[in-house]
Design a protein around this ligand. Sequence first.
Ligand SMILES: [Zn+2]
Length: 140
Amino acid sequence: MLQVNLYQDEETGRKYYGPILCCDLCKKQITDLNLALYKWQNDERRNPVHGTFCVLHKGKCDEVHNQTYNAERWPWNEATTLLALLINNSQGKSEKSQDLWPHLVEHYCPDEQLEGVQQVAGRILKDPVNRPPSVNDLAV
Ligand SMILES: [Zn+2]
């Protein structure tokens, strides 16, 4: 589940709100997306059932979920793909829509990761044929 926390900068005292992900089973914050996944329930025709989306810690929380529900009806994906897929699926098509990826990199990418972003972009532009599969290529 998505939640909003109130934080306070220790140096400036400035308060700000920040969205966080919490496990839908244990309710604890997910602090490393590499250690989480998301799931949704499919009906008998393999169509997603709205309102069943959940985020879980890998390991014990996922195991408990699998023991509680029919795991075959609950496809999953790595939580590390969640934000990218949301961005790609939420890009507007109107003239007023901005390109979200450049906006996000410009405003939210930590300085220490900008060089890595630049290297990936340069590599893709030089050799688009060998680009890794799209994050939208979720097997069905
Ligand atoms: Zn958990």
